[in-house]
Design a protein around this ligand. Sequence first.
Ligand SMILES: Nc1ncnc2c1ncn2[C@@H]1O[C@H](COP(=O)(O)OP(=O)(O)O)[C@@H](O)[C@H]1O
Ligand SMILES: [Mg+2]
Length: 175
Amino acid sequence: MHFASGHTRTVLLIGGVAIKFASLFQPRYWLHGLKRLRLFAQRREVGGRLRHYHPNPLAGGILYYFWGMRSNLLERDIWRDCQHLPLAPTYVSFWGLVNIQRRGTPIQTHELALCPFRDLAQEHPNWSDLHKPEHFCWIGDRICLIDCGGPELGEALRAYRKIPVATGRLRTQTT
Ligand SMILES: Nc1ncnc2c1ncn2[C@@H]1O[C@H](COP(=O)(O)OP(=O)(O)O)[C@@H](O)[C@H]1O
Ligand SMILES: [Mg+2]
């Protein structure tokens, strides 16, 4: 059993599951949010950035601070709607506060090239979710995306129709 932490969630990895707790009450998270907000203000980007979270900037401001919950809810919805895609299954979400997801085995850095959604990653070099090896895991014989809580990525995944490339066969070839 061990903990891993992401940008918006703290994850307990135990047995075959990953339990994702929305990082609502961590001072570190709120301080980080305040620092980013100050940076956006300096660049006069506050409205635009908050609209990134929700079309209404006020709702965006609220979600900005509850982003862990939002990520959990999005991940639940995307899995519900896109089970044909190589995503880690989300078994259940408790109001976004806690999600229970199937646990995967971390990939190695050199396996990033085998990960699914490489075409989306190429198209969107700034979508860090698709460029970090820690966001992919082996689940069974294929590599799956385990962090799909970003709204833009979510929309792209809903529109995604292609068959994933990575399989256990490719894994054998590279190790
Ligand atoms: N299903 C999973 N299987 C194995 N490890 C996971 C799983 N989900 C998350 N993790 C680990 O927890 C970390 C944080 O989870 P992540 O979904 O990226 O949260 P955040 O959206 O806050 O960045 C990941 O980088 C990974 O190391
Ligand atoms: Mg992450």
